[in-house]
Design a protein around this ligand. Sequence first.
Ligand code: PNS
Length: 167
Amino acid sequence: MTQHSVICPGSFDPPTDGHINIIERGLEIFDHITVAVAINRSKKTIFDPNERVNMLSELLKKHANVEIDSFEGLLVDYCKKKKINTILRGIRTVSDYEYELQMSLANRILYPGFETIFMMTEGRFSHISSSIIKEVISFGGSGKSMIHPFVEKKLREKLKTELTQKN
Ligand code: PNS
């Protein structure tokens, strides 16, 4: 039987319950998932790549067939290096679809034969995004049903440090 490995790339700044749900549902279909944190030095992130990798490792530690890694540069180059030609992405909304369609078409031009598999987000996660969560937590709201309590704690600490540094 052929083993099917996929890459699940993203910013994961921070990882949300929606991300974890897509990865865990992906494990029902694929044999192995590499969760790849994208390093984009021109994009301001609240967590550095190592912190994002560490959070994902903690959240997904029970899954032996999940590997957590990070990459810089083009996703297709990283996939070629890993010898994986399929990526898994979640879609929440119509605007996600437009963005994802563009990315998947660009990736296929860069790497013919490259496939993107889309999974629809479960309804209870369709409103969640890392940026909304950062805003909710920064204004003192609860991350319940959006992020793991462990991620919420890290985010609160991080936002507190940022605020102290600004003042
Ligand atoms: O979680 P995000 O921010 O929606 O993830 C987007 C990501 C990281 C998958 C995308 O920006 C990406 O693949 N970046 C790597 C650089 C690259 O290959 N860009 C061209 C894609 S068309």
